[in-house]
Design a binder for this molecule. Structure first.
Ligand SMILES: NC(=O)c1ccc[n+]([C@@H]2O[C@H](COP(=O)([O-])OP(=O)(O)OC[C@H]3O[C@@H](n4cnc5c(N)ncnc54)[C@H](O)[C@@H]3O)[C@@H](O)[C@H]2O)c1
Length: 484
């Protein structure tokens, strides 16, 4: 347990924050009266056990107009702001915290109104665009300022640490199994010692990394007509699912997918596609079966592919393709189907499942592909039973996010003057050391899976599947298309 004598403000008390608060008190010794929670919905009932201990609840909404006056009431230099709301502009809140010496953490980079400007070019609607705006703002700062950790939930968040752990585990196994010997083995170990994960990924031959997730949590209270049911923020999911698909684009890729757009500025490590992520499906794998997941855009596709790029003379000579392959819980899949039918107008009733879950798990990890084992999956298989044992009345999905928020908050307290960091900048041993007891079964395992391994052509001779059979790691082999 570490001690914190200043104040903590939570903005947003939804599914993730509800799970984060009890874990925070387990790991950080802070007086309950120093903790304030702001939410524009009535959360008095949900917070009763905590307000009885001294936590303060304020019913209000952080807006573009009132952000300064509202936040200034509860925060001053050295305090921590934990942002678990949605659609608070990341540039503005980061600048505000920077100017006042306040530590800050969020789990996604957002805007006040992500739905504004429907005619914008696809590249301007991307997370990449938001990251470039952030970089331009940081470049103007004279000092790096107080620590702010952005995009540190489960994914983005833990997934960056899983990736590093996976690269180390692939190396260790390759040396043990004689796949890497002599000077090659020494070189790989040298990369690990120097924390050169980009060179490590390159020398292992990694081509593609999926954040592959299958949420198997099911319920005996099924989704009703006109209801969207999920295991985490429905507003957050709708926002990222109904906009451009985005991917870290590997240097091994030969052809861009249809409707792809490239960026003109910055590291140009990503592409976007003028299709909603929720409608772009890829083949992926979790232990021990193939899944189909959606290429919903996420921060990790940007940061992992950026940090794993190897540059030579200003040219990117190596980079893996990185993106999400999300197969949500069954209730969410049927909610999405209804949403499509409603032309993406959100259902009037929203429900995040907790106590009504009867069984299942959130299986979330990094599927690292293209090396000597074909594939390697590393991550968390957390059942609802284990999650409830750790924090009652929460679910496995929010648990994976909450522990990551707490672990990064602890790192901030111990490293308060580091400026803005993404998950890839934090030490994976530190974050995983705190998180693993909350992640259920921690799996790190090889697999002979390729996107074509389980493919069966239902209309062989009557269609024209567009695959590259000589290179299994081309994006076109993962993408589910007409005519496959
Ligand atoms: N990185 C990850 O792994 C990950 C995973 C899940 C959720 N998230 C993100 O975390 C955030 C919280 O997720 P959640 O599942 O708890 O969402 P949620 O919808 O359950 O809760 C958000 C809460 O914030 C409140 N809120 C929203 N805007 C506010 C504002 N301006 N002022 C005050 N209160 C406000 C809402 O009333 C709601 O209670 C979302 O941004 C989501 O996208 C990230």
């Amino acid at each position: 347990m570490i001690e914190f004598s200043k104040k903590i403000l939570f903005v947003g008390y939804g599914a993730v924050a509800e799970c984060t608060l009890p874990i925070l008190f387990k790991h950080i010794k802070v007086a309950p009266k120093s903790v304030t929670v702001i939410d524009f919905e009535s959360k008095e009932e949900k917070l009763r056990a905590w307000t009885a201990k001294g936590v303060r609840f304020v019913k209000d909404r952080v807006t573009e107009e009132n952000m300064d006056t509202l936040l200034s009431k509860y925060l001053s230099a050295g305090d921590i702001l934990i942002d678990l709301a949605w659609n608070i502009d990341a540039c503005e809140i980061l600048q505000w915290c920077h100017d006042r010496g306040i530590l800050y953490i969020n789990t996604s980079v957002e805007l006040w109104d992500p739905y504004a400007g429907g005619k914008k070019h696809p590249t301007e609607r991307t997370l990449y665009w938001r990251h470039m705006n952030l970089r331009r703002m940081f470049a103007k700062w004279k000092t790096k300022g107080p620590t702010a950790v952005i995009e540190h939930g489960a994914n983005p968040g833990l997934i960056s640490h899983f990736t590093k752990q996976g690269l180390i585990d692939i190396t260790t196994a390759s040396i043990r199994d004689g796949k890497a010997k002599g000077r090659k083995a020494e070189k790989l170990m040298g990369h690990i010692a120097a924390r050169r994960f980009n060179n490590l990924a390159q020398d292992l031959g990694v081509k593609v990394i999926h954040c592959s997730e299958r949420d198997t949590q099911i319920t005996d209270v099924p989704k009703q007509i006109d209801e969207f049911v999920n295991t985490w923020s429905i507003e957050g999911f709708r926002e990222e699912g109904t906009t451009t698909a985005e991917m870290g684009w590997g240097t091994h890729e030969k052809t861009l997918p249809a409707l792809a757009y490239q960026h003109r500025e910055g590291p140009r490590n990503q592409i976007c596609v003028a299709r909603m992520g929720m409608n772009m499906w890829v083949r992926s794998w979790v232990p021990n079966y193939t899944i189909q997941g959606m290429v919903v855009r996420h921060g990790e596709a940007f940061t992992i592919s950026d940090r794993l790029t190897v540059w030579e003379g200003g040219k990117a000579v190596y980079r893996p393709t990185v993106h999400y392959a999300y197969c949500p819980c069954d209730e969410a899949i049927s909610s999405l189907n209804e949403l499509r039918g409603y032309n993406y107008a959100l259902q009037p009733k929203l429900r995040i499942m907790n106590d009504e879950i009867t069984k299942g798990a959130d299986i979330l990890g990094a599927l690292i592909m293209g090396h000597g084992y074909n594939s390697w999956w590393v991550g968390s298989d957390l059942t609802i039973e284990e999650s409830r044992r750790l924090v009652p009345h929460q679910n496995a999905t929010t648990m994976q996010v909450a522990i990551s928020v707490v672990a990064a908050t602890m790192w901030m307290i111990e490293n308060p003057e580091e400026g803005v960091k993404v998950p890839d900048d934090l030490p994976h041993e530190y974050i995983l050391g705190i998180s693993k007891p909350y992640l259920g079964t921690f799996i790190s395992t090889p697999s002979d899976w390729t996107p074509l391994r389980d493919y069966r052509n239902a209309f062989s001779g009557f269609n024209k599947p567009d695959f590259d059979r000589r290179d299994p790691w081309q994006f076109k082999n993962f993408l589910v298309k007409d005519g496959d």
